[in-house]
Design a protein around this ligand. Structure first.
Ligand code: PGA
Length: 246
């Protein structure tokens, strides 16, 4: 399975962030031997305002492009929302759905996330479906039950999938942006649980405080097929080190 290293810029980045993309593209095209390998997929999900210009300027340069969220409908009266078709039109090949910040900030439940994942497939995008437990849920011994429930409720209906790719991202909520990570054993057991739920072919990413310092260990864990990287994807040098660790 080709590892996928995905950067989620969240609500960060103005036009000047182009210099970071320049560095990344240079690294991908030979500037950094380990990060230039073409048996690693590299994806950047910038804010929607930067997607079209970046995807146009840096098409076919060793970096894939994605959105951070989409609406379930293709078009319509939904002020401020963006559809999967619009992301595809802007050059995206992927879209993150069900990130815990969307689930918390916008009250998105599993049924909404599922509609978004199905919208992504409808538009020809690969959805990255995010799941993960809170600290309280982990401490209560509920992590697998919670993640299993999110998967059951958020994954697109099988008839909408066919032979299309879906990526799952396991992101413990308490590890996002905190510098905390589960133990490697806990990552291994959750990824093996998810593997059992989604079958043998899906890439399962780990996300939550992935840094150049821990990426190698995390990416070596069984059934970890890549990383979803927030903070450390904003600085090209850090992101390049994470790609090299893959
Ligand atoms: P982080 O974010 O790497 O900053 O913890 C990960 C994510 O939310 O995707």
């Amino acid at each position: 399975m080709t590892p996928l290293i995905a950067g989620n810029w969240k609500m960060n980045g103005l036009a000047a962030a182009r210099v970071e993309v320049d560095r990344l593209v240079e690294a991908r095209n030979g500037g950094h031997q380990a990060a230039a390998r073409d048996d690693i997929d590299v994806l950047v999900c910038p804010p929607a305002t930067l997607l079209a210009p970046f995807a146009a300027e840096f098409a076919e340069k060793g970096v894939l492009w994605g959105g951070q969220d989409c609406h379930g409908s293709a078009s319509g009266a939904h002020t401020g929302d963006i559809s999967a078709e619009m992301l595809a039109d802007a050059g995206a090949g992927f879209v993150i759905v069900g990130h815990s910040e969307r689930r918390a900030d916008h009250g998105e439940g599993d049924n909404v996330v599922k509609a978004k994942a199905e919208a992504a497939l409808r538009a020809g995008l690969t959805p990255i479906v995010c799941v993960g437990e809170t600290k309280d849920q982990r401490e209560a011994g509920d992590a697998e039950r919670v993640v299993g429930g999110q998967l059951a409720g958020s994954m697109p209906a099988p008839e909408t999938v066919g032979d299309r790719e879906i990526v799952i991202a396991y992101e413990p909520v308490w590890a996002i942006g905190t510098g905390l990570t589960p133990t490697l054993d806990d990552i291994a057991s959750m990824h093996s649980f998810i593997r059992g739920a989604v079958g043998p072919t899906r890439r399962i990413l780990y996300g939550g405080s992935v840094k150049p310092t821990n990426a190698k260990d995390i990416l070596r864990v069984d059934h970890v097929g890549g990383a979803l990287v927030g903070g450390a994807s904003l600085k090209a040098d850090d992101f390049i080190e994470i790609i090299a660790a893959a």
